[in-house]
Design a protein around this ligand. Structure first.
Ligand SMILES: Nc1ncnc2c1ncn2[C@@H]1O[C@H](COP(=O)(O)OP(=O)(O)O)[C@@H](O)[C@H]1O
Ligand SMILES: [Mg+2]
Length: 384
């Protein structure tokens, strides 16, 4: 849990220093004043990057050389303090836990686990496969060190195989030597890619029914379903969650695809090309779902993430609610609220444009106003 946050030169905060009560905090402010920036700064401590996918250089306050985000934590967090800083000129990012600089950034990953709910989450459902892969990767990496390591190793090998493929394509793609420079990365990709694919399949196998239930509980009348779609064609059912079988399959597929990929200059098959397609009554939710239905499915995905992180970490993650009920009808908003409450007591940071937008369940929380990157004592509205 978070007890104090200090954000320096982060987005539109010159220096924001806020005590966070154990139950949480509501931030009220008009559009563009820094509410999402505040939630983003908190999530930065979990992900070590922007949850909006912004580049580090872009979250540094305009004209400033560097940003710092520091937090004081309390039980049940494993650490007392965490800090992250990024310097524009050197492009260096550093993280400390309890004041000790981490030799590897990833050691600090997940020290303050959080899950965010925001209208922008609709991209999880309506956006491309990359959005859903990122959803799976962030959730699984924060829940499992071996997954995080496999992901890093896979990405490193993929980058180098793609670089070799690009060179081979430029040079005409013929001959044993360029091919050897490509194939040398395949054992690592097959090993780590196999682990990643098996873990994602296992997640979908274990959580697909829950996802369908959550969608129904939010108020969806038709069946909402998820499945895992591998880019390299499917194997027989039981093998899907077996990392060794996945590795063997990738070993064959990478070799088979190689001649084609030497011409194309890019790796076309692997977990980096897979998807998590969602359906509504058997039809693609991305194409046929209404905005409200897509928002609801995105919320069900976040609720699933919340439960997964809670189970992995042993306590509920911090909830970052960014105007979460915008565009939802009242019935759905009420059901989402009760599902959130059912997910277990946890600290909440809620951002809303107006005091009237605070759901009754959160009116007991301390309120602060956000104006031009500065927090006020109480949530008073600007005179019209
Ligand atoms: N790197 C940056 N430096 C300074 N200001 C920034 C930076 N990035 C975004 N902003 C400002 O932050 C504001 C948006 O804040 P945001 O938290 O998204 O608003 P909201 O309160 O609506 O959630 C905009 O005014 C934008 O100009
Ligand atoms: Mg916002």
């Amino acid at each position: 849990m978070l007890s104090r946050l200090i954000a320096s030169d982060y987005r539109n905060f010159t220096r924001l220093d806020v005590d966070i009560p154990a139950a949480g905090l509501v931030v009220v402010g008009e559009n563009g004043h820094g509410k999402t920036n505040l939630l983003e700064a908190v999530a930065y401590l979990a992900l070590l990057r922007s949850f909006r996918g912004a580049r580090d250089a872009d979250v540094v306050r305009f004209g400033a050389p560097a940003f710092h985000v520091r937090a004081t934590l309390m039980r049940p967090s494993a650490y007392d303090t965490i800090s992250v800083g990024y310097e524009r000129s050197s492009r260096r990012k550093r993280a400390t836990l309890d004041g000790v600089e981490q030799p590897r950034l990833t050691s600090a990953l997940g020290a303050l686990p959080s899950v965010q709910f925001s209208p922008a989450d609709v991209a999880l459902v309506a956006g491309g496969p990359g959005e859903r892969r990122r959803y799976l990767d962030v959730m699984l990496a924060l829940s499992s060190r071996p997954y995080l390591q496999a992901l890093q190793q896979y990405r490193a090998a993929l980058l180098r195989r793609n670089a070799a493929l690009r060179i081979a394509q430029r040079d005409g793609g013929r001959g044993a030597e360029p091919e050897a420079r490509v194939s040398v990365w395949e054992p690592a990709m097959a090993e780590h890619g196999g682990f990643i694919a098996a873990a994602r399949h296992a997640f979908v196998r274990d959580h697909a029914a829950r996802f369908t239930q959550l969608s129904a509980a939010i108020g969806e009348r038709h069946t909402v379903a998820m499945k895992y779609a591998a880019s390299g064609g499917e194997q027989a059912g039981d093998l899907l969650t077996d990392a060794r079988a996945q590795t063997e399959a990738y070993t064959r597929t990478f070799a088979q695809q190689r001649p084609h990929e030497l011409r194309r200059g890019v790796t076309l098959v692997g977990p980096h090309r897979d998807d998590l397609p969602l359906s509504l009554g058997g039809r693609d939710l991305r194409t046929f779902g209404s905005a409200g239905q897509q928002r609801s499915a995105a919320i069900a995905l976040r609720l699933l993430e919340l439960a997964t992180l809670r189970d992995a970490v042993g306590h509920p993650p911090l909830l970052l609610l960014d105007d979460p009920f915008a565009e939802l009808d009242l019935g759905r908003a009420a059901r989402v609220l009760s599902l959130l409450e059912g997910a277990g007591a946890s600290q909440v940071l809620l951002a809303v444009p107006r005091v009237e937008d605070i759901p009754a369940a959160f009116t007991r929380l301390e309120q602060r106003s956000m104006h031009d990157g500065m927090l006020g004592v109480t949530a008073t509205r600007e005179p019209a």
